[in-house]
Each structure stands twice: as structure tokens, then as C-alpha cells.
Design a protein around this ligand. Sequence first.
Ligand code: SAM
Length: 273
Amino acid sequence: MNSAVMNDQSPDYLPGNVKAWNKRANEYAVYAEEAWASDQPYWGTLEIPENEAGLLPEDMTGLSCIELGCGTAYVSAWMCRRGAKVVAIDPTPNQLATARRLQQEYGIEFVLEEGYAESVPYADGSFDFAISEYGAALWADPYHWIPEAARLLKTGGELVFLTNTPLAVICETEIEAEGPMGPELLRPYFGMHKMNWPDCPGETEFHLTHGDWISLLRVNGFVIERLLELRSPDEAVTGDARSREDWGASWPCEEVWFVRKQQQADVSVAARS
Ligand SMILES: C[S@@+](CC[C@H](N)C(=O)[O-])C[C@H]1O[C@@H](n2cnc3c(N)ncnc32)[C@H](O)[C@@H]1O
């Protein structure tokens, strides 16, 4: 039984998302195997190589790291190969089963925890670096997981997360089969937060406008260092199952936030401004 679901305090959307990821885990294992096999990290549906995107610190030797919503945990494996000490957390047992199998196959050891990013069983200031690639960044409520990430990081620690852009969210077709996504604005920008797609019943995604991300990050004591909008290198590379055609070369589908937990004294300044 999933201990995260058993916890009365767990978010109401969690069981639906865990059920969906438990079902999806088998087909996802194929992608996981390719990612674990790669020595070079690559990111998102566009598979942008690390030497272009630069999500990971150059030297991770001895860094204490956490992956929030690790899924099959290939990002954690990449960090371990760079010398990091890693904790990987995810609420979906079948995803963790793939991660454990690949851990054994590759002989890469790190802590794999069943749990969710909104409530992580580690002390304040436990980590130097936190990352989420479409894990917590898409599937957890940012008004819960961002404060939790801030709590878990040491002062000066870095959080990096990759998710869909709000622009893609407002252009995405309502039903995947209705694709491809075009340049039309299909839904409002303002007010986006919790989203349920009609062709994915029971699942809940979370998206924020850029203004709301900035406010939330700053209120939680983060300095925003960089916002990387990923661009498809090739008009023919769609990246996503929702067949984006040339979308990814003309508009950003995916973005990466690089933020750093600042000194306490700076937080009051950020909150005022
Ligand atoms: C697309 S995977 C991303 C993880 C990893 N990059 C990968 O591709 O395997 C999405 C993951 O988010 C996890 N997830 C769902 N709800 C979560 C939550 N509240 N906290 C943390 N992870 C969550 C799911 O279990 C799933 O394994």
C-alpha cells in the first residue's frame, strides 16, 4: 500500500495521479532504460543535451541532492555519476520499481523514497541542490511543493525545475487526438493553476503564469537566476506526443527555472519589493 496515499494529510489529487502513473509506468520503462544508459544527460520532450542546457552544476562532487518526483530516477543516476549524494522521492510504486531495477542493473546507489514532494521527510536545510524534471514541477501543487523545496535547501542552495510553458498550456488542444497544437490561444492565461484534461480523467496537472511563478518563488526566499526557454533545434522535431509540428522551433513548449535560496535578510527585501 502506498504510504503517501494512506497519509490523511496527503493532497486530494495525489491518488488520481499515482493511479495514472502506476498504469503508465510499464510503457515509460522503455524511455527510462534509454535515459539510464546515456552518460550524457538530456532534458524534456525535446531531449536537449546537457552541454546546451546546463541544468546540473558542473561539479557535483559531494553535493547533497534531492530529486522531487524522480519517476524512474534517471536524473538521479546522472547526478550520482557526477559524484553527488542523492535522495530521490516519488509517490508511484511502479515507477520506483523501474528505478530500483535499473539501480541494480547499473550498480548505482542512492536513496529511493516513496513519498510526495509536498511533504518530504527530511530536516530543514538538508540539501545543496534540488531538481525536478516534469515530476513535482508538473504533478504537485506549486503552492505546497515550492515552500517545501525552500525548506529542504540550505541557504545558497539551488532549485532547478523543468515544466511546460504557460504559453504551451493555453495553446494545447483540449483532447490530444484533436492535435496538432497550433498558434491559437485556446484558453485563458490568467488564473491557471490546477488543470484537468478531458482525455486524462482523474489526473491533475499544475501550471502557473510567469507572474505567479515569480511571486511564489520570491515569497519563498528564492532569487531567480535564469529562465531557460527550450527551443527545438529542428522544425521537424516535435518532441511531444501531442504532435506539435513546428511549434517547438517557433515558440517555447518547455522551460527551466534556475532559482537560489537566498540569505534570510534578503528574503524580507524580496517580500517587500
Ligand atoms: C514524467 S515523470 C517525471 C520524473 C522523471 N523525470 C521521469 O521522467 O521518470 C512524473 C512523475 O511525477 C510523479 N509525481 C506525481 N505526483 C507527485 C507528487 N505529488 N510529488 C512528487 N512526484 C509526483 C509521478 O509519480 C511520476 O513518476
